[in-house]
Design a protein around this ligand. Structure first.
Ligand code: PLP
Length: 377
């Protein structure tokens, strides 16, 4: 099996699976219980909070656990925008994940004015456009750190600096789901008020995320309930998932540099193979991180090519896995033509990938593109 779809999700790391199993079968107490079992479960959560905070260069008290990256983003955006006495203008980009876009669209329906910054053809957002968009009534700027479809990095440091200078009361939220454990997260340097991250992109199970909330920032929770997570996220905590997320952060933090180099080499191998075997292929966007590569194979519809690759046990994605069946809004915002969007494949690496995975992909692409070009080209 050659799994090259890690921007969609990852396998759970053995260390993370072990601790989750232990939290489910042995230390399964409710963290709110005051007896020994509860205290043990609560201890596991606090260890995880320290581990997540360490990878985020934050303080443990700034970490709130959620059920996923989407919930973290919803909590930040609704929480920031619904604060009384603030402005009614939101800035975001046209290349955000639907977790952000659909939340912002809901606020637009509720009367907020939204500016959607457009990318250039390489998938980058110009800092001059950010400067021009900030208004005195801007309440929130929300953008991603790394794009999940084309792997571009947004200039979050410059954006944060500009925002705090031009609209000091506005909040800054960063969706760092695809950046976590790949590039260093620097909340203070970036002037971030909120940062969303997700467990299943870095070797934790699905169903856990976290929201960094800068010390001193207060927003209302999405849900009413008990006082868990200092009232920010009521509901009995998913201790197994949370403990596993912490463990995945610990493991990934210790290997960050070597993992980056490994993924860089895999990406280089892929690009060399593509240049040699498919010189007619077109790259979409400038992948600033080597983990995500987006390539169009003109005349080869990606939905069909995907099936051929699948027959060789090679798994990649067409566009974004979250927008199944729909044309990619990211590639459309980059103003790529329809045939290029229609034939785009997203290949996304994890450090667990090997040079054999890349060779298997290239071989499967060779067969797939020849077959499709013969049939439709
Ligand atoms: N933001 C980005 C950039 C993503 O890639 C994803 C998932 O694909 C999310 C947010 C949503 O995260 P989750 O699946 O944990 O809800």
């Amino acid at each position: 099996m050659h799994y090259l779809d890690h921007a969609a999700t990852t396998a759970v790391l053995p260390e993370a699976a072990d601790i989750a199993y232990r939290a489910m079968t042995e230390q399964f107490g409710n963290p709110s219980s005051v007896h020994k079992m509860g205290i043990e479960a609560s201890g596991m959560m606090e260890t995880a909070r320290r581990q997540v905070a360490a990878l985020l260069n934050a303080e443990p008290s700034e970490i709130t656990f959620t059920s996923c990256g989407t919930e973290a983003t919803n909590t930040a955006i609704y929480g920031a925008c619904r604060r009384k006495g603030r402005g009614k203008h939101i800035i975001t980009t046209a290349i955000e994940h639907s977790a952000t876009l659909n939340t912002v669209k809901q606020l637009e329906r509720e009367g907020f004015d939204v500016t959607y910054l457009q990318p250039d053809e390489s998938g980058h957002i110009a800092i001059s456009d950010v400067r021009g968009a900030i208004r005195p009534d801007t309440v929130l700027l929300t953008c991603m750190l790394a794009n999940n479809e084309v792997g571009t990095l947004l200039p979050v440091r410059e954006i944060g600096k500009l925002l705090k200078k031009q609209a000091p009361d506005a909040y800054f939220h960063i969706d760092a789901v695809q950046g976590l454990a790949r590039v260093p997260i620097r909340p203070r340097q970036w002037n971030a008020d909120f940062i969303s991250v997700s467990g299943h992109k870095i070797g934790a199970p699905k169903g856990v995320g976290a929201l960094y909330i800068r010390k001193g920032v207060h927003i209302a929770p999405l849900m009413a309930g008990g006082g868990q997570e200092r009232g920010m996220r009521p509901g009995t905590e998913a201790v197994p998932n949370i403990a596993a997320f912490g463990e995945a952060c610990r493991v990934r933090q210790g290997q960050m540099e070597q993992n980056y180099t490994k993924v860089e080499e895999l990406c280089k191998q892929l690009k060399e193979g593509v240049a040699r075997r498919f010189p007619w292929a077109i790259y979409n966007g400038m992948n600033d991180i080597p983990h995500v590569v987006n390539i169009s194979f003109p005349d080869c519809k990606s939905e069909v090519l995907l099936r051929v690759l699948e027959m060789h046990q090679v798994y990649v994605s067409s566009g974004s896995a979250c927008a199944r069946g729909k044309a990619s809004h990211v590639l459309a915002a980059m103003k790529l033509d329809h045939s290029r969007i229609d034939s785009a494949l997203r290949i996304s690496f994890a450090p667990s990938n090997t040079p054999e995975d890349v060779e298997a992909l290239l071989d499967a692409l060779d067969e797939g593109t020849k077959r499709l070009k013969r049939a439709f080209g």
